[in-house]
Design a protein around this ligand. Structure first.
Ligand SMILES: NC(=O)c1ccc[n+]([C@@H]2O[C@H](COP(=O)([O-])OP(=O)(O)OC[C@H]3O[C@@H](n4cnc5c(N)ncnc54)[C@H](OP(=O)(O)O)[C@@H]3O)[C@@H](O)[C@H]2O)c1
Length: 231
């Protein structure tokens, strides 16, 4: 049984994030949520009966100001955390010739740069014995596809970051989990036409159960890369 029951989540307003939040609550974890939409965070606060200081709204954790404000919120909580889950991200499926510089930078910022910023924030408030850090890569990077240069590059970069980080933080009680799901039935596909039929996609609840069950396994259990594919 994990002694510290505090979990920090970036992206709880999304399909996978909310399913993970549900599962963590069932397992009696206290969830602290960072998001960019005050309205969505308020809905989750009501749903989970969270206190007002358990959610923090910021447009960015990668700008100097956004990072520092998030760090101050965490510092003021005076809590330590054993779990930090990064499940924010954006999908863009376009040919490179159709992608603007702004689109490229915006996607890299949330899919890759924020993964680094999130680690920095979480590491500073980790519980004394451990920190479980969860990231979501993508099964789509195991092969090259047209229209996947941007999303694929962000997730391939995330993958290398997560694997290197695992080697760095393991001696200090850190453990990184890199999930690589196939298609999951969430709002992620609202902007992505012509994908596989929704009924063939994985349920976010299935992913959440696997993630939360794994988190509670003993510290010696070490598996940095976990593909979860549908049939
Ligand atoms: N769904 C899939 O098939 C699939 C497969 C493999 C990997 N993944 C990865 O799993 C993670 C979660 O995906 P999901 O399916 O849960 O997607 P989702 O339902 O679309 O949720 C995305 C989450 O990311 C947040 N987000 C997006 N852009 C943001 C930005 N610029 N700044 C701050 N927050 C931002 C959203 O916040 P708002 O609610 O405020 O929009 C939301 O909380 C992502 O990293 C995704 O790449 C998903």
């Amino acid at each position: 049984m994990m002694k510290n029951r505090n979990a920090l989540i970036l992206g709880a307003t999304g399909g996978i994030g909310e399913a993970i939040c549900n599962e963590l609550r069932l397992e009696k974890f206290d969830c602290y949520l960072i998001g960019r939409s005050a309205e969505k965070l308020t809905r989750l606060r009501k749903k989970y009966l969270l206190s007002s200081d358990q959610t923090f709204c910021t447009n960015s954790i990668t700008s100097a100001e956004g990072f520092q404000k998030t760090q101050s919120w965490l510092g003021n909580l005076k809590q330590k955390f054993s779990i930090a889950i990064h499940c924010a991200g954006l999908g863009v499926m376009k040919r490179a010739s159709e992608i603007s510089l702004e689109d490229w930078q915006a996607l890299m910022d949330i899919n890759l740069n924020s993964a680094f910023a999130f680690y920095k924030l979480a590491w500073g408030i980790r519980s004394t014995d451990r920190l479980e850090l969860v990231y979501f890569g993508s099964a789509s990077v195991d092969q090259a596809w047209p229209k996947n240069s941007l999303y694929g590059a962000s997730k391939a970069g995330l993958e290398m970051f997560a694997k290197s980080l695992q080697k760095e933080i393991r001696p200090d009680g850190g453990r990184v989990w890199l999930y690589k799901p196939g298609s999951v039935r969430t709002g992620f596909f609202d902007q992505l036409p012509n994908h596989m039929p929704r009924m063939k996609m994985l349920d976010p609840e299935t992913i959440a159960k696997i993630v939360v069950e794994n988190l509670q396994k003993k510290q010696t259990f070490f598996l940095p890369e976990i593909p979860i594919l549908s049939e």
